[in-house]
Design a protein around this ligand. Structure first.
Ligand SMILES: *Cc1c(COP(=O)(O)O)cnc(C)c1O
Length: 394
């Protein structure tokens, strides 16, 4: 009999039955320390009491309306997001790729609306990941994800990561925007230099371009600021895609924009049946409130620094296979050399009760819930130490 699921994933032979805080449990009661959290999604850990309560309370009232009718939770959350960021306008989506699609459409429509429809090209960066929809794979430009899906979509100009001269050279009369992840996730956990983000901002100002950030993975407190670009100071975007962590595990995303970049997205330009659904808004509001509670980000910075230092120690001890520590806050990676494969290290860690992920460029990726403590970091380091020792044996 053929398998009912498409073979797009190959999960290990392991089923989790429940989650609590930073741990996942199988039906047999085996416990795993979750240092990947649904790929940077379960920001508050599993089964956070306030998020569960909000979801249950909303489930008893209204599950779904569509945007034919007002969803009061949307305005509440949009007020919080605009109050805390550069943005004035918000469109809610169900996923990161949809948030990116909205960002791309908003940028192109901005120039169309200004009477400059010939400005539609978007500069992107090698190693980028923006999701798996048709627009997003073309923006990401990863040949592996594009192959076999028909002609590449017109309008994306990719430059090497970190090459500011290439960015300048790529700007033409037809350029509309620059799209970048302040910290690349899937591409190998690479943080863009703060100075580069500031320079991108000035280039956009100089040439009248829109700056778009994809903070789907690095946003929502992951780096110790509500959004990663805040570390760079005066490098605010015009448009930003967010998702993953802002729903804390409930599927949701958002496209944020300034008044100028977003006010032309009027009735008929864009839409979503599920985006901003009452259940998503109930959870999204709780997640936002927790992330912005006094001291929460300080704790992320503190544990992020601690985990980063401990990983550096591991990298030194295992210099035969680990090249460097990458990332920012609680989005961290170990760049491995050619003698080992990241997925193999993740498998060895899993055998020891620690869940981590793999990213591009042979990086072992960690994105634990933002609520971890030093003790959790310590537990993860012990297990990783052991896994790396085993991996080095070949
Ligand atoms: C995961 C991710 C996406 C896509 O999000 P989905 O919810 O899987 O559609 C887009 N951009 C970045 C930076 C991501 O990490």
């Amino acid at each position: 009999m053929p398998a009912p699921l498409m073979d797009t994933y190959s999960p290990p032979d392991l089923v989790f039955e429940k989650g609590e805080g930073v741990y996942l449990y199988t039906a047999a009661g085996d416990r795993y320390l979750d240092f990947i959290s649904g790929i940077a999604v379960n920001a508050l850990g599993h089964a956070h009491p306030k998020a569960v309560a909000a979801l249950k309370a909303q489930a008893d009232k209204i599950w779904h309306l569509s945007n034919m009718f007002q969803v009061p939770g949307q305005k509440v959350l949009a007020d919080k997001l605009t109050g805390a960021t550069f943005a004035d306008r918000v469109f809610f989506t169900n996923s990161g790729a949809e948030a990116v699609e909205c960002a791309l459409k908003t940028a192109r429509h901005y120039f169309f609306n200004k009477g400059e429809p010939h400005r539609y090209r978007i500069i992107t960066f090698a190693g980028a990941f923006h999701g798996r929809t048709y627009g997003a794979i073309n923006a990401g430009g990863n040949p592996k994800y594009l192959e076999g899906f028909g002609p590449a979509m017109e309008g994306f100009d990719q430059v090497p990561f970190g090459d500011m001269d290439a960015v300048k050279a790529a700007i033409t009369e037809e350029t509309a925007a620059i799209l970048i992840e302040p910290v690349q996730g899937e591409g190998g956990v690479r943080a863009v230099a703060d100075a580069d983000l500031r320079q991108l901002r000035s280039l956009c100002d100089e040439h009248g371009l829109l700056l778009i950030y994809d903070e789907v993975q690095c946003g929502a407190g992951r780096t110790g600021k509500l959004f990663a670009h805040e570390w760079a100071g005066s490098a605010q975007p015009d448009i930003m895609a967010v998702a993953k962590g802002i729903g804390g595990g409930f599927p949701m995303g958002a496209c944020l924009a300034t008044e100028e970049a977003g006010n032309h997205m009027v009735v008929g330009t864009h839409g979503s049946t599920f985006g901003g659904n009452p259940l998503a808004m109930a959870v999204g509001n709780v997640v936002f409130d927790e992330l912005s509670a006094p001291g929460f980000m300080d704790q992320v910075v503190e544990t992020g620094n601690y985990l980063g230092q401990q990983l550096q120690g591991l990298a030194d001890r295992h210099s035969g296979i680990v090249e460097e520590v990458r990332g920012r806050g609680l989005l961290l990676g170990l760049k491995l050399n050619d003698s080992v494969v990241n997925k193999q290290v993740a498998g060895l860690a899993r055998d020891r009760g620690l869940l981590i992920g793999a990213a591009g460029d042979n990086v072992a990726r960690m994105a634990p819930p933002l609520i971890i403590t030093r003790e959790h970091a310590h537990e993860a380091i012990e297990k990783l130490d052991d896994a790396l020792t085993e991996a080095a044996k070949g």
